[in-house]
Design a protein around this ligand. Structure first.
Ligand SMILES: Nc1ncnc2c1ncn2[C@@H]1O[C@H](COP(=O)(O)OP(=O)(O)OP(=O)(O)O)[C@@H](O)[C@H]1O
Ligand SMILES: [Mg+2]
Length: 415
């Protein structure tokens, strides 16, 4: 029975297997070891597209329904909600299993074998503070694998898989290593010992539901949404006085997995009322236009790009054009601004790393190497947090987007 290692990520996914004891990543998209975890229901052709093709369809303005951050829905009440799309009823189990099934069949085509068994990564906590939801999220993902046609699935903590891969690529010095995997949806840690033989010993794994999509959301809320009415004052409808525009609209529109549900007639009516009652009606006119154009995902992509650009801009401010909101509109964001608005998120990362050490009864000075995995570990402010905790450790980036899937492939040996 052939086994496929699957890193089903919030933002990106990858698959790999083990051939003659060696990792073989399978390119499920041309010339790429990973693909965006995105789905596009194409209304014209009545088909479902995945990965980069799904993203292209969204950005080209094709008529359809786009979805991203599907992993964040696992364990929530949204999973079982059924919606009519391209003439069929889909719930989130179906949508995620469509994506997993595409990975399965592309891998099978590439390798010429049937992958009946999956070894899948999972975050240590899908939901940090809710044990029942966390357990339900794994059950949900198991059900998605079943519907995708896998006969069985085994789960492994993503940072433990990354530890296997990091150790295989570079043997440590016998001290404690710490994987810091900050992805799109969660931050995951694994403290491990490298023994005398080739094996590693897992000392502690921990995590928190916080990732790059949270950074995107904060940037979107702080920089973009005020231009669409967030925080604006509105005259009350039935009485004297003023209130602040309801924040929930802006939160939903800045949350990847909630954006597809923002384009309702009710919300359009609410925005029309807000425009009528606002002191600055042009803000809500823009909001109404954005919703009518179903451009929430595009704005979220702009927030993600702005985050990455500002993170890479060492001096001065990155100029972010916001023609999508209004002609000629732009904002400037620099790294210091970014660190300021994200300081609460960085504190959560700080706390969760300290908790990982506490759970293991370890002191920071016992950690000789910190290994960064996951796209968001490239954020300077995240690395500043880690340098603060481990002033004497060595730091390295290791297969930022592929360490987890590599480790899952290595784990096939024992599965
Ligand atoms: N150069 C960069 N600088 C900062 N952030 C980046 C960079 N490149 C990618 N990211 C962010 O990394 C995140 C994706 O990372 P990754 O692919 O590791 O996540 P994932 O594995 O899909 O998510 P998870 O493991 O949390 O389910 C996105 O939020 C993306 O914006
Ligand atoms: Mg990941």
């Amino acid at each position: 029975m052939a086994t496929l290692g699957i890193d089903f990520g919030t933002s990106n996914s990858a698959v790999a297997t083990l051939v003659n004891g060696k990792i073989k990543r399978i390119q499920v998209e041309p010339d790429n070891d990973t693909l965006p975890t995105s789905v596009f229901f194409d209304f014209d052709d009545q088909i479902v597209q995945f990965g980069s093709v799904a993203n292209q369809n969204l950005l080209n303005g094709s008529d359809g329904r786009y979805m991203r951050a599907l992993k964040s829905v696992l364990g929530t009440g949204l999973m079982a909600e059924r919606r009519m799309i391209i003439g069929k009823k889909f719930d989130f189990y179906d949508i995620i299993s469509e994506f997993l099934s595409a990975l399965k069949s592309r891998a099978e085509q590439s390798e010429g074998v049937v992958f009946d068994h999956a070894i899948s990564g999972r975050p240590v906590y899908f939901h940090s503070d809710d044990a029942a939801r966390n357990a339900k999220a794994e059950q949900d993902l198991r059900e998605c694998y079943r519907r995708a046609g896998f006969k069985s699935v085994e789960f492994m903590f993503e940072p433990e898989a990354a530890a296997l891969a990091a150790h295989a690529s570079s043997r440590g010095d016998g001290g404690l290593g710490l994987i810091v995997d900050i992805g799109g949806g969660t931050s995951d840690y694994c403290l491990f010992e490298t023994g005398k033989n080739s094996k590693i010993n897992i000392v502690a794994s921990h995590g928190v539901r916080l990732g790059g999509t949270n950074f995107d959301k904060v940037l979107n809320l702080e920089y973009f949404m005020p231009l669409l009415g967030r925080g604006a004052q509105i005259k009350k409808m039935m009485s004297e006085g003023v209130v602040t525009a309801p924040n929930s609209i802006f939160h939903d529109l800045a949350t990847w997995e909630k954006i597809p549900f923002c384009y309702t007639p009710e919300l359009k009516n609410t925005v029309r009322d807000l425009q009528r009652q606002a002191f600055e009606p042009e803000l809500f006119k823009r909001l109404g236009r954005l919703i009518a154009d179903r451009a929430g995902h595009e704005l979220a992509f702009m927030a993600e790009r702005a985050k990455i650009t500002a993170n890479q801009t060492e001096h001065g401010a990155a100029k972010i054009d916001l023609d999508l909101i209004d002609d000629g509109l732009y904002v400037g964001i620099n790294q210091a601004d970014l660190a300021r608005i994200m300081s609460d998120l960085c504190q959560v990362i700080d706390r969760s790393v300290q908790d990982t050490l506490d759970n293991a009864g370890c002191k920071p000075e016992q950690v000789s190497e910190v290994i960064y995995v996951g796209g968001s570990s490239q954020m300077h402010m995240v690395q500043a947090v880690l340098r603060g905790i481990f002033p004497h450790a060595k730091f390295r980036l290791s297969g930022v987007f592929t360490a987890v899937v590599d480790g899952l492939a290595l784990a096939i040996d024992n599965s």
